[in-house]
Design a binder for this molecule. Structure first.
Ligand code: SF4
Length: 215
């Protein structure tokens, strides 16, 4: 076991790194196992967390495109760009870009089956969905999740800008205010060039301060 997920005496969710070679996938596996064994009532059949903004990482989008290719019916030579346009929400204000999963008019995630109250994209669901736990978390657990999402989103924005350029298209935006996104603002990071969470070490994402807290 490389990551320990547990409840503190104060009933907060906490995360501890036991092995410095732990990857993001180790973190997600540990959270998923903890949720499966500890949530009461269980998550299954509960859609409370599916009505919030779901920020995405580059790997989330690659997973959706790969694992749900047929269902999504993505067309054309740029499936990532098609997915972002048809199933996500790209919001741009100046140089700042936010990319989240698409939602319905009543505010639910567009992948939520509202009749059954289950996720229709369960096998591809995002890092944020997998790591959501509906109890309070410790500061280091919150910060870890936040740093993972921020780095992954930065790489997703980089991918969106690069692929739009390669495709000879203007980057597609659903909402924009004086949009001026630039590749220079989104340098490569530990997510760059990776297509799965088991290829990224947590220590390559975390700040030195957070890493020492987690270990
Ligand atoms: S992707 Fe699935 S788990 Fe995540 S918010 Fe949407 S319906 Fe819920």
């Amino acid at each position: 076991m490389k990551i320990k997920v547990f409840k503190t005496q104060d009933k907060f969710l906490d995360v501890e790194v036991l092995n410095p070679d732990a990857t993001i996938q180790d973190y997600l596996d540990a959270i998923n196992i903890w949720i499966e064994n500890s949530m009461d009532p269980p998550c299954r059949g509960c859609d409370e967390c599916c009505w919030e903004r779901i920020p995405l990482t580059s790997i989330d989008v690659l997973n959706y495109v790969e694992k749900m290719e047929k269902l999504l019916a993505l067309e054309g030579p740029w499936p990532v760009l098609s997915f972002l346009k048809d199933h996500c929400y790209v919001y741009v204000e100046g140089a700042v870009v936010d990319i989240s999963l698409g939602f319905t008019l009543d505010g639910a995630c567009s992948f939520l089956d509202q009749t059954e109250r289950i996720c229709s994209s369960y096998l591809a669901r995002s890092l944020v969905c997998q790591s959501f736990v509906c109890i309070e978390s410790t500061e280091r657990a919150r910060e870890l999740r936040s740093q993972l999402v921020n780095s992954g989103m930065d790489e997703l924005v980089r991918m969106w800008l690069m692929q739009s350029k390669q495709a000879g298209q203007k980057p597609f935006m659903h909402e924009q205010y004086q949009a001026d996104p630039s590749l220079e603002d989104y340098p490569s990071n530990a997510f760059s060039g990776k297509s799965s969470y088991d290829k990224i070490l947590l220590k390559d994402i975390c700040t030195a301060k957070l890493w020492s807290q987690l270990c």
